[in-house]
Design a protein around this ligand. Structure first.
Ligand code: FES
Ligand code: ZN
Ligand code: ZN
Length: 309
C-alpha cells in the first residue's frame, strides 16, 4: 500500500505501518518510534530516574538504533519523552579477524560522534582465547559465541556497577524465541523470557527496550537516521534456528497485522505470571563465582578448553 500523507503533519508519508494503519513522514516516524520505546520503558519499569545504563553496542543495526533512541530521550526537553539516566556503551572484541575490527571501529566512531563514553573489552585479554582460536579447533563457533557474549557483558556490567545492561533485541527476535519455546514446550526457558530480567547477586539487570519494535522498523529507523551498521557478516554466522520461526511469523503478520506484538504482549501479561514459580535461581560457578545452573559455568569450561594452559 502507498504511504500517502503523514497522519501527524500532512506532509509526504514515507512509511505505512499496517498494524496501526498509520502513514508517517520520516520525522514523525522517528518520533513515533522514540515515543513507543519510551512507553515500553515506562510500562515495564526498565530504567529508573538517574540509573546508570550500559548499552551493549555490537556495531550491528539494532544496537545502533537502540543507543540512538535512548539518546533522543536523554536529550529531549519534552517531559513525556525525556529520560534522565547515564548512558554508556560497551563493545566486545571477539577476535574474529577481518570482522571484529570493523565492529569495534563502527562502535567507537558512533560513540565519538554522539559523545557517549565507550569501552572495548577484548576477549583475548579476559579469557586468553578468541573466537578464531575456538573456531580453528572445533565445530561452529557460533553456538558458543552466545555464551561468551552473555557472560562477558554481564561481568562488565556487574564489575563497573551499572544498574542496567540494555540489549538491542527487537520484536521479531522476541516473538521467534517465544514461538520456538512454545513449540518445544520448554517451560524453563519460557519462565525466563521477559524484557526485563531483574538484578540478583552476580547479575546485572538485563533490559530489551526495543522488544516492541519490529525488525523492519529498526531497519527503516537506521536508514532514515543515516546510521551505518557494520558492513558484512560474521564469517562464522550460520542461519539461526529461529530463522524459520521468523519466516512463519512474517507470513502470519502479513495476513493478520499485529500478530507478533499481540503474541509477545499476551505472553508477558497472561502466561508469564503463571510460570513465575517455576523459575529456579541459578547457583554459583565453582571457578568464577558468577551465576551458573551447573557446577562450572559455560564460560569457565570454554576458558579451560581454549584458554592458556
Ligand atoms: Fe559470534 Fe559470529 S558473532 S560467532
Ligand atoms: Zn509528519
Ligand atoms: Zn565460571
Amino acid at each position: 500500500m502507498l504511504a500517502g500523507r503523514c497522519r501527524w503533519c500532512d506532509g509526504d508519508a514515507e512509511v505505512f505501518l499496517p498494524y496501526a494503519r498509520l502513514s508517517l513522514c520520516r520525522t514523525h516516524f522517528k518520533e513515533y518510534i522514540v515515543r513507543r520505546v519510551r512507553r515500553t520503558i515506562e510500562k515495564y519499569r526498565m530504567i529508573k530516574e538517574g540509573e546508570r545504563v550500559l548499552v551493549a553496542l555490537s556495531g550491528g543495526k539494532d544496537s545502533l538504533v537502540l543507543l540512538h533512541v535512548l539518546l533522543a530521550m536523554k536529550n529531549s526537553n519534552d517531559p513525556k519523552l525525556s529520560l534522565n539516566c547515564d548512558l554508556e556503551a560497551v563493545t566486545l572484541d571477539l577476535g574474529i579477524r577481518g570482522y571484529s575490527e570493523k565492529c569495534v571501529s563502527v562502535a567507537c566512531a558512533y560513540c565519538d560522534e554522539f559523545n557517549v563514553p565507550h569501552y572495548t573489552v577484548k576477549l583475548i585479554e579476559l579469557a586468553g582465547f578468541t573466537i578464531d582460536d575456538m573456531a580453528s579447533q572445533r565445530r561452529p563457533a557460533c553456538s558458543v559465541c552466545g555464551v561468551v557474549k552473555r557472560y562477558v557483558l554481564n561481568k562488565v556490567g556487574v564489575e563497573m556497577g551499572f544498574d542496567r545492561l540494555a540489549m538491542g533485541h527487537n520484536l521479531d527476535d522476541e516473538a521467534a524465541v517465544l514461538l520456538s519455546n512454545y513449540l518445544s514446550a520448554n517451560v524453563e526457558l519460557l519462565s525466563r523470557q521477559h524484557p526485563v530480567l531483574p538484578a540478583r547477586e552476580g547479575m546485572v539487570s538485563r533490559i530489551k527496550p526495543l522488544f516492541e519494535v519490529s525488525e523492519s522498523e529498526t531497519s527503516m529507523y537506521a536508514q532514515f537516521q543515516g546510521l551505518t551498521p557494520v558492513d558484512g557478516k560474521c564469517p562464522y554466522a550460520v542461519t539461526p534456528s529461529t530463522h524459520r520461526f521468523k519466516r512463519a511469523l512474517n507470513a502470519l503478520e502479513e495476513e493478520a497485522p499485529a500478530t507478533k506484538i499481540k503474541m509477545v504482549r499476551g505472553f508477558i501479561e497472561r502466561v508469564k505470571p503463571l510460570l513465575d514459580n517455576i523459575e529456579t535461581p541459578p547457583g554459583k560457578c565453582a571457578v568464577c563465582g558468577y551465576p551458573s545452573s551447573s557446577g562450572i559455568c559455560g564460560f569457565c569450561r570454554l576458558k579451560k578448553a581454549y584458554g592458556p594452559m
